[in-house]
Design a protein around this ligand. Structure first.
Ligand code: AMP
Length: 283
């Protein structure tokens, strides 16, 4: 596995590894790798000749009161895991390498970025889009892999790639969960044993929302069912519990698919999760 820390090194290494235009699969991450990240690497490994993994904790996507400095970082462990999964190139740029002091460009996707995560974390998706656009231009992959865990991020990135004609296909992979349903997340490391046990109720709330839809309820019923579970959980503070259209993040269409999405604080961690309910599961 080659380790690149500058854009120049990355471009040279990528050109050497992908001689003759062999397809590149790209997995952007912020590190503190877990099985969710590694599932993306495995999907990339299967479908492409060259796999590039980036690890970059992007300051632009953190709000001033958020956990940028506390975000878990363990480069040595991450590189070991990446190598074991067959990553060809690990790209680990510094903040200075990525952002010139007079950086003047922000990539912003309207509307879909303004609800749920975008509303709770102002500027978050501008930070995500700016870094992802830059990474996609640096890596020039055939395919880039994102997790359904961050469903709104995947939808925003898809929209950006479409609108800007970025020639990389966005592949969205399923959520990897712990045995009790908790979605794997680097932020789970912030939880005490007790908080960790309560955090499983995020998934339980999504299942309650799904059951409300299966029983013939509408999005409002699903939202109420999710909120009931979250609000009854000790140490949990609900941010949102929403049932939306999975593509636009607007109101779900009658009889159409519904994305159930929740965000809550559990102790020091802000956690998100979601569940896609296909139209046929709604009766
Ligand atoms: P992050 O390092 O949190 O920025 O995540 C990097 C990528 O891994 C994003 O596309 C996430 O959606 C994806 N990811 C994070 N957690 C999971 C998970 N539990 N299952 C699947 N993908 C995940």
């Amino acid at each position: 596995m080659k380790i690149c820390r500058t854009e120049d090194e990355l471009r040279k290494t990528r050109d050497a590894e992908s001689l003759g235009g062999a397809p590149i699969g790209f997995v952007p991450t912020m590190g503190a790798l877990h099985d969710g990240h590694l599932s993306l690497v495995r999907a990339a490994r299967k479908a492409n000749d060259v796999v590039v993994l980036s690890i970059f904790v992007n300051p632009l996507q953190f709000g001033p009161a958020e956990d940028f400095s506390a975000y878990p970082r363990d480069e040595e462990r991450d590189l070991r895991l990446a190598e074991a999964e067959g990553v060809d190139i690990a790209f680990l740029p510094s903040v200075d390498e990525m952002y010139a002091p007079d950086r003047s460009t922000t990539v912003s996707v309207a509307r879909i970025s303004e609800v749920l995560e975008g509303k709770s974390r102002p500027g978050h998706f501008d930070g995500v889009c700016t870094v992802v656009a830059k990474l996609l231009n640096q890596v020039m992959a055939k395919r880039a892999y994102f997790g359904q865990k961050d469903a709104q991020q995947a939808a925003v990135v898809k929209r950006m790639v479409r609108d800007l004609s970025i020639p990389t296909e966005i592949v969205v992979c399923p959520i990897v969960r712990e045995a009790d349903g908790l979605a794997m997340s680097s932020r789970n490391a912030y939880l005490s044993a007790e908080e960790r046990a309560h955090a499983a109720n995020l998934f339980k709330s999504l299942k309650a929302g799904e059951a409300a839809l299966a029983a013939g309820g509408g999005p409002g019923d699903a939202e109420a069912a999710m909120r009931d579970v979250l609000e009854a959980t000790p140490a949990m503070r609900v941010d949102y519990a929403a049932a939306v259209d999975p593509e636009t993040f607007d109101e779900a269409l009658p009889g159409g698919p519904v994305l159930l999405a929740v965000a809550a604080r559990v102790g020091p961690a802000r956690l998100i999760d979601n569940l896609l309910v296909e139209a046929k599961r709604r009766t």
